[in-house]
Design a binder for this molecule. Structure first.
Ligand code: BEZ
Length: 211
């Protein structure tokens, strides 16, 4: 089954490194990041999970719960977590799903057979509190993800969910944003009182409204 942006993220029950969970119950009203790892006891994955643990405060500031997945067992995950904590100087306390039967990997299309018949690629999904898929990124096994970029996109998703704005290329939290074309130029001052620039009729910017 293929999942696309805007789809409802399918629910599932799973064994994890912290016990059995129901995905929706685990997320509650939070945003979610679900991300897959090709295998336990592998170097790139070790750094990614360490980095995610180190960013715990950044994720909680944004009301985001994280869940990792690999197709190894919960016992394997628990042993590997000790190594991650030792080598990355972290405390991995978020669940790592033990998807031994690949049920969730298949559901979320995380196995790309021309890359590997058995291992997941590095898929990452951001899920909003209404359980919709808001972001999908896919990296190959050999390239670790950029978690600053994941946080940057979450900032954009949360901002654009609240205001009629979009974020330009390389935008970072605090930069000017683009006013959506659904807002008439004459209506901008009322909606965005901090000021605006009309660069072209279709390209209007304003200071970030929630700063
Ligand atoms: C890694 O996490 O280092 C890795 C996993 C599978 C294939 C290549 C690298």
């Amino acid at each position: 089954m293929s999942i696309r942006i805007g789809d409802v993220a399918p629910n599932f029950q799973a064994k994890t490194s912290i016990g059995d969970i129901d995905f929706y119950e685990y997320l509650g009203d939070s945003w979610g990041v679900l991300f897959s790892h090709p295998a336990d006891y592998t170097p790139v994955c070790t750094t990614e999970l360490g980095r995610t643990a180190a960013l715990k405060d950044e994720f909680s500031k944004r009301n985001v719960k994280v869940l990792a997945l690999s197709v190894d067992s919960a016992t394997s995950h628990q042993g590997w977590i000790k190594d991650i904590n030792e080598t990355q100087n972290t405390d991995v306390d978020f669940p790592i799903i033990a998807d031994e039967d690949k049920k969730i990997a298949d559901m979320y299309d995380m196995i790309h057979p021309n890359a590997s018949e058995t291992l997941t690629v590095r898929s990452l999904f951001v899920i909003s509190p209404d359980k919709k898929v808001k972001l999908m990124i896919t990296y190959p096994a050999s390239t670790g993800r950029n978690f600053n970029e994941v946080l940057r996109v979450i900032d954009s998703l949360q901002l654009t969910a609240k205001y009629s704005v979009a974020t330009p290329a390389d935008w970072a939290d605090g930069d000017d944003v683009i006013v959506m074309n659904s807002i008439k130029t004459e209506d901008i001052p009322e909606k965005f009182p901090k000021g605006h620039k009309v660069i072209k009729p279709y390209l209007r910017t304003t200071p970030q409204p929630n700063k």
